[in-house]
Ligand binder design. Structure first.
Ligand code: ATP
Ligand code: MG
Length: 196
């Protein structure tokens, strides 16, 4: 059995648009258990610790820009003065620090079987145009990489969701104290997943 915890962050664009309830409802409806919820005005230090500081993560983020710019016949050097994926990724991380402090963020911890894959599926692709209808990003956002990069900001894509079991554990511990998490059994859980 693969019970996992995932951290969700409704980013400032989701908070500002007044769609917190709609978003949380999607995770509840699918049957994940909410075990923590709160508002927080994130600090720079926490955002730095939240997003990885690894070459691999910077390269992944930078490559997203390069692939999108190539697809549209644009040159990333017009914004970043370089075509190096790692350098672009580092710039985007700097922008994330500003973005995630634009308003308080809404944080939730959900728990369930294969919770990580489920929260990623419900959130949808990072890039709104690639996010399928029915997903949170597909239904509630339509930002583009080149528009965002030109305005020196990250994609406004509503939500963060942990994307590996290890990241889920790390992120839950970073944002929540043990006493802010609740252990309880839901009626649905008793009925649906009982091993008796
Ligand atoms: P998150 O970690 O927020 O759930 P993700 O796992 O889908 O998103 P990451 O690769 O971890 O995507 O990137 C973190 C966030 O940084 C994205 O959600 C997006 O807001 C922003 N971002 C990533 N790549 C770019 C890019 N090339 N240009 C602009 N913004 C980007
Ligand atoms: Mg991520």
């Amino acid at each position: 059995m693969n019970k996992q915890k995932a951290l969700l962050i409704i980013k400032p664009d989701g908070v500002q648009r007044g769609i917190i309830g709609k978003i949380v409802s999607r995770f509840e409806t699918v049957g994940l258990k909410i075990i923590g919820l709160k508002f927080e005005w994130a600090t720079k230090e926490k955002i730095i610790a939240h997003y990885p500081e690894t070459e691999a993560w910077f390269a992944k983020v930078g490559q997203r820009t390069l692939t999108n710019y190539e697809k549209k016949g644009l040159d990333a050097r017009s914004v970043f003065k370089t075509n190096d994926a790692v350098s672009i990724g580092k710039t985007v991380k700097g922008w994330l620090i500003t973005y995630l402090q634009e308003s308080p963020v809404f944080l939730a911890v959900v728990e369930g079987y294969d919770a990580i894959e489920i929260v990623r599926k419900l959130s949808g692709n990072t890039i709104p145009v690639l996010a399928a209808p029915g997903t949170i990003r597909g239904d509630f956002s339509h930002d583009t990489i080149d528009l965002a990069n030109e305005q020196n900001r990250p994609l406004r894509n509503i939500i963060h969701a942990s994307d590996t079991v290890e990241d889920g554990e790390k992120e839950v511990n970073l944002w929540f104290k043990p006493e802010e998490l609740f252990s309880y059994e839901t009626a649905g859980e008793k009925f649906m997943y009982s091993m008796k």
